[in-house]
Design a protein around this ligand. Structure first.
Ligand code: MG
Length: 221
């Protein structure tokens, strides 16, 4: 934070505040419930297996694809592969597993009065549809790196979203919980990036501990 000459300068320069989604505004409960509860349960039912056996098999299947391939992130791909029917209907059933962190809605309300708000997420759109249901009206743009750009959140992704937002990188603040994808990559292109470490376990002393701290920096006196 010492990089900014003064907080007034920061507030004057910034036009857009960009947020990661999972681990930043919303917990990972919904995704966990899909990958490690719903899919294994349906798989167990479909093939007449005990749940532990289903989880073991499914983890193996997930590993065989791996997180570098886009299929990994595609729920319908797995539903089709396992013959489980329609993922969108199943996901709707888990809407009540979407949990916002306690500071999220207040911070969006506060910062939305002063800045344009934007989403830069690695989650695919079928997830964002559920994860952002209560707050999407607060955002002027929503970008999914995997759905819209077929990539993880690289420097290129951030460059592209600045261009789509019609702003310079240094007019954008981004915050997220993944040190590489939310801090190092956006910082590379000149975005004013903040690493969010809610648990305080990253060892990064400069990380923010919650979104309210960001609101204080951007909207405090
Ligand atoms: Mg995240």
């Amino acid at each position: 934070m010492l990089q900014f000459q003064s907080m007034t300068a920061l507030k004057d320069a910034v036009k857009v505040v960009s947020f990661d989604v999972e681990g930043t505004m919303v917990t990972t409960d919904f995704s966990y419930a899909i990958w490690f509860e719903m899919i294994p349960q349906r798989y167990a039912q479909r093939y007449g297996l005990a749940i532990e056996e289903a989880i073991r098999k499914i983890r193996k299947e997930y590993d065989s694809v791996g997180d570098q391939r886009l299929e990994w992130y595609d729920v319908q791909y797995w539903f089709t592969r396992f013959d489980l029917g329609r993922a969108d209907i199943a996901m709707e059933e888990l809407q009540n597993r979407v949990n916002y962190y306690p500071d999220t809605k207040d911070v969006l309300e506060k910062l939305g009065k002063r800045y344009k708000l934007s989403v830069a997420s690695g989650s695919p759109r079928p997830f964002l549809k559920h994860l952002l249901r209560d707050v999407e009206h607060k955002f002027s743009s929503i970008f999914s790196s995997t759905s819209d750009f077929k990539k993880v959140k690289t420097a290129d992704f951030y460059r592209e979203i600045c261009s789509r937002l019609g702003v310079e990188a240094d007019q954008v603040v981004h915050i997220g919980d993944n040190k590489q994808f939310d801090f190092l990559e956006p910082a590379t292109v000149g975005i004013r990036a903040f690493h969010l470490d809610r648990e305080g376990k990253s060892g990064n002393a400069a990380a923010l501990r919650n979104l309210a701290q960001l609101a204080d920096l951007l909207d405090g006196r």
